[in-house]
Design a protein around this ligand. Structure first.
Ligand SMILES: C[S@@+](CC[C@H](N)C(=O)[O-])C[C@H]1O[C@@H](n2cnc3c(N)ncnc32)[C@H](O)[C@@H]1O
Length: 244
């Protein structure tokens, strides 16, 4: 994917000084001056290395590893009855654990990641025969059209300078009516700090909604790890999307 569109829909009103300062900071993290293949190689080696190792620790410190189970369960993002399930950008396999726990026993579960080392970590953590791991790029997936009933994509989309190629690809491989649990870094203070550490961008919730709809999704309902996350805008954007 040589050409990546660089920005989301721009807000029409002139940003206030604080907002301008934040946007400047955010821009520094998107690396949009870099061609996508170069940025992708950087991200791959980033996660192959120490950053990838640290995801287990950061998952514990932020609570994301523990809280994932509050969203990936039958009372929130329910995968019962879904026969083909995908963990997109599985990392160390944090979400695979819950997919294995809640998926129907006969469900096919696939997981991919850009980083071979992350795949090894996921296999080491959740090397269950039911999960089919492969190396792939979110913007160019080796799955057929209309294939998956449910997809989880956690904290990966922020690694695309433009979310559209990734969202289009996810939409392509999902069956109409299929559900996607999308988790991504938000343009809050906590999100900006996280983006510095992980060399990613952040998303504005309203702008992301427009882009998701443009890519063929219905913005179904938000999820929050806890009430405190909801009140203090912590934990990023966690949204359930349905393929239109
Ligand atoms: C912050 S980790 C999240 C991993 C996992 N989903 C979780 O929630 O724990 C981001 C992962 O996305 C992967 N990634 C980044 N860009 C990607 C791309 N274009 N295609 C596939 N995977 C990608 C990285 O290799 C890394 O494992």
């Amino acid at each position: 994917m040589e050409t990546q569109q660089k920005t989301l829909t721009q807000p029409t009103r002139k940003p206030r000084p604080t907002r301008r300062a934040i946007q400047k900071e955010l821009k520094a993290q998107t690396k949009d001056e870099q061609p996508y293949p170069e940025y992708r190689n950087f991200i791959q080696s980033h996660y192959d290395g120490i950053a990838g190792k640290l995801t287990a620790l950061s998952g514990l410190l932020t609570g994301h590893a523990l809280f994932a189970g509050r969203v990936l369960n039958p009372s929130a993002f329910d995968i019962a009855g879904c026969k083909r399930i995908l963990d997109a950008g599985c990392g160390n396999g944090r979400h695979c654990k819950y997919l294995l726990r809640h998926a129907d026993p006969d469900a096919f579960i696939a997981a991919f990641d850009l980083s071979q080392r992350m795949l090894l970590r996921a296999k080491r953590n959740y090397g269950d025969d039911r999960i089919h791991y492969i190396a792939a790029d979110l913007t160019c997936l080796p799955y057929p059209d209309d294939f998956f009933d449910a997809v989880v994509c956690g904290w990966v989309l922020e690694h695309l300078p433009d979310p559209r190629p990734g969202l289009w690809e996810l939409c392509r491989i999902m069956r109409p009516g299929g559900k996607l649990l999308l988790m991504t870094t938000e343009d809050t203070l906590a999100g900006i700090l996280a983006s510095k550490l992980w060399h990613c961008r952040t998303y504005n919730r309203k702008e992301l909604k427009v882009v998701c709809e443009e890519c063929g999704f219905i913005w179904h309902r938000p999820h929050y790890f806890t009430l405190l996350h909801r009140i203090f805008r912590l934990g990023g954007i966690i949204i359930e999307l349905h393929k239109a």
